[in-house]
Ligand binder design. Structure first.
Ligand code: PLP
Length: 447
């Protein structure tokens, strides 16, 4: 064992790192990464099925991205874009606006995280509409700043002991599959969920005082759950007919993850505003709120700027990231490999009663693990599975306690993907045979 073992470093870190700053899964220290493979400090390799929480769609240490970072760092690491422009950020602004799924004239403002991009959406929406109220969905994860966490509703630990949150936020139910009644058709489900969505507007929330409806059209941390197209369209139409801005959070699901550039392109709807982050700079801290120009022009400086947002190194990394997505056709690759992944999980689902619904949109999957008898969520089996998959050499975590999260880098090779399938299949088969046990730290695993 090297002197820097996982256990030793984690013990040292634990003395200084606050519990609030890590969701525990596996006791490893990541030392390096290449493509879809990461190595821990003891030299053990893992196929990465998490992509650093969908923040490395172009894989780890992509040579083109690394070169761009190195070259830019040698020239200028930082001069605050809050006061002066830099070349990569200036070029990226236009390129990213052109890519955004919004027609007409667009502008953006930089940030350092998906969270602050969503705070930006709140600011611009309130400023443009001059209205106070904000609507978001149950199950959403929009971030960890006060604004973005006020929009979120996915974990009690996010809000416990730190309220009051931002006032004026109303949460409406998200049409996730668990809410569908037995035998209910998709049309009936949409009708029922849209009626639920409208209830606040009919009882206590004046639409003409509402600034924003923000949605993850495919919820990420909510379990990789895609809202029915008809539902999202009805919500967008409702927003537009009442002068409410319709915003889409693409932080987790954007940039090719779902087999399209943007997840909202599955719905054929145009948002007024979007937030982008995570994979934008291959994991370097860069985010953006992008919106129709007239909305973005509703605030003046310094309403939404940060010392390091639009930093030259992160924006150079983002330019290189977009090159890689385009040159290596990663959006199509995500769609193609996602089909293979869907087939794999559906074949496994046919074998085992403990696999509930399998959702896969590009290389973006949520696989429900359920109790075979009751078909209810089975967090214990889920933890056994992810831990066994980890032992066998792949990193996969759970969402909502019983959903397997499948989000490999879009550059994953077919060989690596098939190896990952082999590992997952082995874990499923061992669970079925009753061979899997909970790890000793099971109580400490997950959200
Ligand atoms: C959909 C979505 N929005 C926003 C965020 C927040 O991004 P960040 O952690 O970079 O602040 C996340 C993070 O997981 C996310 O999944």
């Amino acid at each position: 064992m090297s002197t820097n073992s996982n256990r030793k470093l984690l013990a040292e870190e634990a003395e200084a790192l606050a519990d609030a700053a890590r969701i525990n899964y596996f006791n490893i220290v990541i030392e390096s990464g290449q493509g879809a493979v990461v190595k821990d400090i003891e030299g053990k390799q893992y196929i990465d099925l998490l992509s650093s929480a969908s923040a490395t769609n172009t894989g780890h240490a992509h040579p083109h991205v690394v070169r761009a970072i190195q070259e830019q760092a040698a020239k200028l690491i930082q001069y605050t874009p809050a006061y002066f422009a830099n070349e990569p950020a200036a070029k990226l602004a236009q390129r990213l606006c052109a890519l955004a799924p919004i027609s007409g004239s667009k502008k953006l403002a930089w940030g350092n995280s998906g969270s602050d991009a969503n705070d930006g959406i709140i600011k611009f929406a309130r400023a443009y509409t001059k209205r106070p109220y904000l609507v978001s969905f149950m199950g959403a994860y929009h971030g960890s700043t006060y604004g973005s966490m006020s929009l979120s509703a996915v974990s009690l630990n996010m809000t416990r002991n730190i309220g009051p949150l931002l006032p004026g936020v109303i949460k409406v139910p998200y049409p996730d599959p668990w809410q569908r009644l037995k035998g209910e058709s998709e049309d009936d489900f949409v009708t029922r969920m849209f009626a639920e969505f409208k209830r606040p507007f009919e009882t206590f929330l004046p639409a003409e005082e509402t600034a924003l409806i923000i949605i993850e059209p495919i919820q990420g941390d909510g379990g990789i759950v895609k809202a029915p197209t008809a539902f999202v369209r009805k919500v967008a139409e409702f927003a537009h007919s009442h002068g409410i801005l319709f915003a889409v959070d693409e932080v987790n699901q954007g940039l090719g993850r779902t087999g399209k550039w943007w997840s909202i392109q599955h719905f054929d709807i145009e948002p007024d505003l979007i937030s982008v982050g995570k994979s934008l700079a291959s994991g370097l801290p860069l985010s953006a709120v992008i919106g129709r120009a007239e909305i973005m022009d509703s605030l003046g400086a310094p309403a939404h700027l940060f010392t390091t947002s639009g930093n030259p190194v992160t924006t150079a990394a983002a330019m290189a990231t977009l090159d890689v997505i385009e040159d290596e056709q990663l959006v199509q690759r995500s769609a193609d490999l996602g089909k293979e992944a869907k087939e794999f999980f559906e074949a496994e689902q046919a074998k085992y009663d403990f696999i509930g619904q399998c959702r896969m949109y590009g290389l973006d999957g949520g696989i429900d693990i359920v109790d075979p008898q009751t078909q209810k969520p089975d967090p214990v089996a889920t933890t056994k599975l992810i831990y066994r998959i980890f032992e066998l050499g792949a990193i996969m975590i759970s969402l909502k306690t019983n959903v397997l999260r499948f989000q490999p880098p879009l550059v994953i090779t077919e060989k690596q993907l098939h190896q990952a399938f082999k590992i997952i299949a082995q874990a499923f088969s061992e669970l079925d045979e009753g061979k899997l046990t909970l790890p000793h730290n099971a109580d400490n695993i997950g959200w």
